[in-house]
Design a protein around this ligand. Structure first.
Ligand code: C2E
Ligand code: MG
Ligand code: MG
Length: 558
């Protein structure tokens, strides 16, 4: 660990925090630090921002610009209420910032958190080993073989050159993505997918003309860099859609775009693309809007995301995560037959944060695997406590995020929990979302079968929300289907299509000897209809919202 601070006492304090975990090297200013970083292997840098000779910003930018040092995480130290500097440092690639005066626990967790994030990233990289090998090959050539567009690295390089050489011209960075491209590849043959990519590439090249450039960054992701004046999004999309339609493919191919109007030509192009991509995420999946412009609020959202990522590691240690229980009722007996554990985050400053906010982020950075394991263990502790107190329990289901399936020891881990708390596998049910299955059918099917052989009950969550529900039913024997009411919102309208579909899904499940739970039920009319077609098990606000464990007891033993 390299600690850079011009004030000796700060160097001493920080060294003391980490002397047990790291070999420590000290520097008094950015210049000394830069010499060290280039000569010695450094795992992490803690750098003060304000220093004589060379300040922290300059050091940070040197480290991030040099290919040999760019991967070293840099945590910057700022004075209190210095948020401009914090934002600037984060944008320049700082891994995190720490505010003075130093609090030993916080400083330690921040560092641990940064290192854990790196580890997650490594794991993700490993998973994509194949992809990486491919892109390694491409890195040294300038062009993407399929479309002959610039590849990622050369796009970043060339776009920076163009924008920096004509600073008086405002540019746009346009990031494009084809909706559900994987499904197009599955439905048709690979060649069809390739033709779509090539056609799009052809069109993009025509659009950017002489004054701009276009690159294919990966798979179905493209980026354009062109003078803002020449880019009109509506015309652009009209042309794109009619060009692709002329291929005559019997599937609606939808592009989404995020546009970043470049303010500072010296911002690294990958960050410009990130911003355009942030804007894209706002319209992804929309039926009416195909593009969005980046604005500051998106950056705030990103910073909020960064805050969650920054705090997650400490939160886990600090037991800030807990679970609520939402009961599942039998509508005939009005009794609780089981429950679902749903995680909540009691954040010390933000209050209770709902999973909709943090789960997608944790699924992206891999932390979900650890959070899920923590939740399962908490559920097991709860079950143990209940057994000791009452002698019996209802089964509790826990969500198993798809990333878990990449870990070979998943089943072993669950069995070890069951053993540790002396439970039986049927007590802890496992909910797997349908989309997990769509992504990786073979592997998931194999794992699920093993769960079942060991006595675990597996529930298919959000059934009907994905694209391959029927396919999945054909190949996979689930113990329970959880049907989401979003799937059939008009269920209480007489003779609606929704009713017909629901009725048949239920009949099908019955014939397949698969149990059904209907989720998200809110009204008496819905209950009556579900009763009439033979659904018994209901989870929804009609009976109860997810509640803390103590309140769940009251529902169970009322
Ligand atoms: P899910 O597993 O499908 O959970 C059901 C969600 O529907 C819960 O939201 C629940 O509060 C909500 N819900 C239940 N009944 C009704 C109703 O009648 N009306 C409406 N409008 N909503 C209802 P929650 O707790 O916000 O969880 C959202 C999602 O977050 C979950 O969807 C699940 O995908 C994920 N999640 C929650 N806890 C965990 C966890 O421990 N691990 C993982 N991997 N994911 C989790
Ligand atoms: Mg669930
Ligand atoms: Mg669900």
């Amino acid at each position: 660990m390299l600690i850079v601070d011009d004030v000796e006492i700060n160097r001493v304090i920080l060294s003391q925090f980490f002397q047990d975990d790291y070999a420590i090297v000290l520097a008094e200013n950015g210049k000394q630090a830069w010499d060290i970083v280039r000569k010695e292997p450094v795992n992490i840098v803690l750098a003060d921002l304000v220093m004589p000779v060379m300040d922290g910003f300059t050091l940070l930018s040197l480290i991030k610009k040099d290919e040999r040092t760019a991967n070293i995480p840099v945590i910057v130290m700022t004075g209190s209420s210095d948020s401009d500097n914090e934002v600037r440092a984060m944008e320049m690639g700082a891994a995190d910032f720490i505010t003075k005066p130093y609090h030993p626990t916080i400083v330690r967790y921040r560092v641990r958190n940064v290192m854990a994030r790196l580890e997650n990233e490594w794991r993700k990289l490993e998973q994509a080993a194949k992809d990486r090998q491919l892109s390694e090959i491409h890195r040294y050539v300038d062009r993407d073989a399929l479309t002959d567009l610039y590849n990622r690295e050369s796009f970043y390089r060339r776009a920076a050159e163009i924008m920096q050489s004509s600073m008086d011209v405002p540019y746009d960075i346009i990031y494009l993505d084809i909706s559900c491209f994987k499904i197009i590849n599955d439905l048709f043959r690979m060649e069809t997918g390739n033709i779509i990519l090539k056609t799009a590439a052809y069109y993009f090249r025509a659009v950017v003309g002489e004054d701009g450039i276009v690159g294919r960054l990966e798979a179905d992701h493209f980026a354009l860099c062109m003078p803002a004046e020449q880019f009109d999004p509506d015309t652009f999309f009209d042309g794109l859609e009619s060009t692709v339609r002329s291929l005559g493919i019997s599937h609606n191919i939808v592009f989404y775009a995020g546009i970043y109007p470049v303010e500072d030509a010296f911002l690294p192009v990958d960050q410009m693309c990130d911003r355009a991509r942030l804007a894209l995420e706002r319209v992804r999946g929309s039926y009416v809007k195909r593009y969005a412009f980046y604005d500051k609020s998106m950056r705030e959202q990103m910073l909020e995301e960064q805050m969650l990522v920054r705090d997650m590691e400490f939160a886990l240690q600090d037991h800030q995560f807990c679970f609520f229980l939402q009961p599942i009722y039998n509508l005939h007996t009005n009794e609780v037959v089981s429950a679902e554990a749903l995680v909540r985050w009691n954040h010390p400053t933000e209050g209770v944060i709902s999973p909709g906010k943090f789960i997608p982020i944790f699924e992206r950075n891999g932390f979900i695997v650890r959070l899920d394991r923590y939740t399962w263990e908490s559920v097991c502790q709860y079950l143990r406590k209940e057994l000791d107190q009452h002698g019996h329990v209802v089964p509790i289901s826990a969500n198993v995020s798809r990333l878990n399936f990449y870990n070979e020891d998943l089943l072993e881990y669950l069995l070890s929990l069951i053993g540790k708390y002396q439970l039986e596998p049927w007590m802890l049910r496992l909910e797997v979302t349908e989309s997990a299955y769509t992504e990786n059918p073979r592997q998931i099917a194999a794992v699920i079968q093993k769960f079942q052989e060991k006595g675990f009950q597996v529930l298919m969550d959000d059934f009907g929300s994905g694209f391959s529900s029927l396919n999945m039913l054909k190949n996979l024997s689930m113990d329970v289907l959880k049907i989401d009411m979003d799937f059939v919102p008009d269920i209480d309208k007489k003779n609606s299509r929704a009713q017909i579909i629901m009725k048949d899904v239920v009949r099908m499940a019955q014939e397949l000897k698969t149990d059904i739970i209907v989720e998200g039920v809110e009204t008496k009319d819905q209950i009556d209809y579900l009763d009439s077609i033979g659904c018994e098990k209901i989870q929804g606000y009609y009976y109860s919202r997810p509640v803390p464990q103590e309140d769940f007891e009251k529902l169970l033993y009322k």
